[in-house]
Design a protein around this ligand. Structure first.
Ligand SMILES: [Zn+2]
Ligand SMILES: [Zn+2]
Length: 353
């Protein structure tokens, strides 16, 4: 098997060759046909997340060690299965759920493997998809493509379920009848717009400081767009609620101090703000506002295996539009990372071994 490996954090990827693993027990060996190059791979490659104020969250402090093969957005074809595997067969085309937990803690027991304290995430804690092959620890993480293109399905493993999981955090009665404020019209924001109606939602108001991205959001079905830097941006957003008095749902896909404050300021009593973005920084909230406004601020991190099953069903049932994708050969892995860092990738870069 050929892989592009991070030899040490911050160092360029290296081509490595080693014997293709033979699956044992319940393991599944998948020949990779698509591996998304995610923005978070830049942070993993660097070896840290910037927490603002000069503080860093180091990979090594969270058990993420190099050498490592990155790539957590993976689809492929099953090449071999361990003797205990049932339900997945050689030559099945599958998308892989990468947010794999330990399998025996309280979070895993609830199906919230993404919240497992000792995760085995593919492409982060174990070797992932920048490779010709990936070893998946159990068949249940291999979901049949059933008509979804591999390069598209790979993205549902990350940006797709992140968006789906965040939208699922709202009270369905409110979700069906009022708009969600979405802050950030990048890849996740546009992904949210493609699925919100299919999920039974009323629709979304999108806020972004970039006029081009606001145009893209309108084209993708946003009910209205707002420039959050406008002096009257908050009253504008509040007036778009059916009550005219404020919104009750927001998703912050940026996750910076200004965006989170904006989301909170647009809420009426009983509102919920779901934070997904990891830009960083901090805000100060007067504590009495939390009870007196019945305000919920909830974090959302990727999604569950069940979310991924449901999302793939939703995509098939509603024939949802696919996000923009650029395919590149596996040998261009470092180049695609560099282009992503420079902001030159249109849509998602996907490696096709
Ligand atoms: Zn990702
Ligand atoms: Zn666990």
């Amino acid at each position: 098997m050929r892989s592009y490996t991070v030899p040490a954090w911050g160092e360029p990827l290296e081509l490595t060759e080693q014997p293709t693993p033979v699956p044992t027990g319940g393991e599944v060996l998948v020949r990779v046909t698509a591996a998304g190059v995610c923005h978070s791979d830049l942070h993993i490659h660097d070896g840290y997340y910037d927490l603002g104020g000069g503080k860093k969250l180091l990979n090594n402090d969270r058990g993420v060690t190099a050498p490592r093969v990155m790539g957590h957005e993976i689809a492929g074809t099953v090449e071999a299965v361990g003797p205990d595997v049932v339900g997945v067969n050689v030559s099945d085309d599958v998308a892989i759920y990468p947010w794999i937990g330990c399998g025996h803690c309280d979070a895993c027991a609830l199906g919230d493997e993404q919240n497992c304290p000792t995760p085995r995430t593919l492409g982060i804690l174990t070797d992932g998809g920048y490779s010709t092959h990936v070893l998946v620890p159990a068949a249940k993480y291999c979901l049949p493509l059933d008509g979804i293109a591999p390069e598209v399905a790979a993205l549902y493993a990350c940006s797709g379920i992140t968006t789906y999981h965040a939208l699922r955090k709202f009270d369905t009665r409110i979700f069906a009848n009022e708009p969600v404020l979405i802050v950030g019209a990048g890849g996740l924001g546009l992904m949210a717009l493609t699925m919100i109606k299919a999920m039974g939602g009323y629709g979304a108001i999108v806020a972004d400081i970039d006029a081009t991205k606001r145009e893209a959001a309108l084209a993708a079905g946003a009910l209205a767009v707002i420039d959050p830097r406008d002096a009257d941006a908050i009253p504008q957003a509040k007036a778009l609620a059916p009550s005219g008095r404020g919104l009750r749902m927001a998703i912050d896909l940026v996750g910076g101090p200004q965006t989170l404050q904006f989301c909170i300021d647009c809420q009426v009593k009983g509102g919920k703000v779901v934070v997904v973005g990891l830009m960083g920084g901090e805000i100060t909230i007067p504590i009495p506002f939390i009870p007196s406004r019945a305000l919920t601020i909830e974090g959302s991190y990727v999604g569950t295996l069940q979310d991924m099953r449901e999302l793939m069903q939703l995509v098939r049932a509603h024939n949802l539009p696919t996000p923009p994708i650029e395919c590149h050969p596996l040998d261009d892995a470092q180049l695609v990372l560099d282009e992503l860092r420079a902001g030159r990738i249109v849509g998602r870069g996907v490696l096709v071994p």
